[in-house]
Write a protein that binds this ligand. Structure first.
Ligand SMILES: NC(=O)c1ccc[n+]([C@@H]2O[C@H](COP(=O)([O-])OP(=O)(O)OC[C@H]3O[C@@H](n4cnc5c(N)ncnc54)[C@H](O)[C@@H]3O)[C@@H](O)[C@H]2O)c1
Length: 332
């Protein structure tokens, strides 16, 4: 059994605790969070040790791996300390908001045979994964375009927005990774965005809506449509379009029941509300890949370089909004 320390007992930390204990392959050894009540409550639920200080778990020689699900600004220091102590790392997105900090972290760890997997969970969603596998198997001939729709049900609180790094680094980062998953290297980014005159987004100098167009090194196009709010739930869809047809993955509802009556036809229940409901199978599959890659002594399918490349695309989108120009990217 892999002994795992979890850093961060917030929204996503609680999801990962469940993936770890339900994996059957790992044991939740520690939960660390400076908010003592959060750490002790989550640790108590699963019989783990807890501490306000991640260093306690990093110093524990019996810990094999750490899962970093803490606030973004803490990721790089925790990753560096864990890798240098010989731990395998699964780190939530984004690695950090600052490219210089990301590169300094890589410099500090690259000589220590780092095993770092990035938490781009959407690569592990069964539907998106199947679309990707069928594109790669040639089911739609040559891929020409990808359309990604990604809308959150409600905007984050102002306090979160203030430290999030903005929509492109915090939210679109998943879609940039999805684009890279299908297209490989992205070489052009153009973006338009709007705060919708909403004082919350205006106050944070952030966006409520964005539309982006990406182009890959071999000419495949991708559109990304983002919104921070969506009245009908967590809108997560994609379509791959190729010479021989298309493949689509749609939204999910809790059941398959459809009602027809005088006012509506084939009416379904609401779309699954947010990431916990929509992506739970993906978080579990993500953790299974983490364990499998460690066991098989190979690189994880999504790693540090993918985390960096997604941030390169976020920086390009920010520049495109500011300049109104298409931005050419290298290392995207
Ligand atoms: N992949 C996904 O679907 C997904 C979803 C949500 C959040 N995230 C990412 O996960 C991270 C956490 O987001 P969240 O929504 O859970 O935030 P959150 O605010 O709910 O929880 C973060 C927790 O980290 C704790 N923390 C702060 N410093 C720490 C430290 N040094 N060591 C240990 N814990 C520390 C905080 O006290 C807090 O309890 C962010 O980087 C976010 O971008 C990913």
């Amino acid at each position: 059994m892999l002994r795992v320390a979890l850093f961060g007992a917030g929204r996503i930390g609680q999801v990962h605790a469940r993936s770890i204990v339900e994996s059957g392959e790992a044991e939740l050894a520690w939960v660390c969070d400076p908010i003592e009540e959060a750490a002790s409550t989550l640790a108590g639920k699963y019989g783990a040790k807890w501490s306000p200080a991640p260093g306690d778990a990093i110093d524990d020689k019996s810990v094999d791996a750490v899962l970093i699900a803490s606030a973004t600004s803490t990721h790089t220091d925790l990753m560096r300390d864990a890798v240098l102590a010989g731990k395998k790392v699964l780190c939530e997105k984004p690695i950090d908001l600052d490219m210089a900090k990301i590169d300094a972290t890589w410099e500090a760890i690259k000589g220590s045979a780092p095993f770092v997997m990035l938490g781009f969970n959407r690569r592990f969603d069964p539907s998106f994964r199947e679309v990707n596998a069928r594109v790669k198997a040639g089911d739609i001939g040559r891929l020409r375009a990808l359309r990604v729709t990604s809308r959150d049900p409600q905007g984050p609180p102002a306090a979160y927005l203030a430290v999030s790094g903005g929509m492109f680094r915090d939210m679109t980062i998943h879609d940039f990774d999805m684009a890279r998953y299908f297209l490989g290297q992205v070489t052009e980014v153009s973006a338009v965005a709007s705060h919708n005159n909403d004082p919350v987004f205006m106050g944070a100098n952030d966006h409520a809506q964005a539309m982006l167009t990406l182009k890959s090194a071999d000419g495949v196009l991708c559109t990304i449509v983002n919104s921070r709010t969506c009245a009908y739930g967590y809108d997560q869809r994609l379509e791959a379009f190729g010479d021989l047809g298309s493949l689509e993955a749609g939204n999910m509802t809790a059941t398959t029941v459809r009602a027809s009556n005088a006012k509506e036809t084939e009416a379904a229940g609401p779309v699954l509300n947010f990431f916990l409901q929509r992506y739970m199978p993906a978080y579990k599959a993500e953790f299974a890949e983490f364990v499998a890659a460690i066991k098989e002594d190979r690189e994880p399918v999504v790693g540090f370089a993918d985390g960096r490349a997604a941030l390169v695309l976020a920086e390009a989108a920010i520049e495109s909004v500011a300049t109104g120009k298409v931005v050419t990217v290298t290392r995207g």
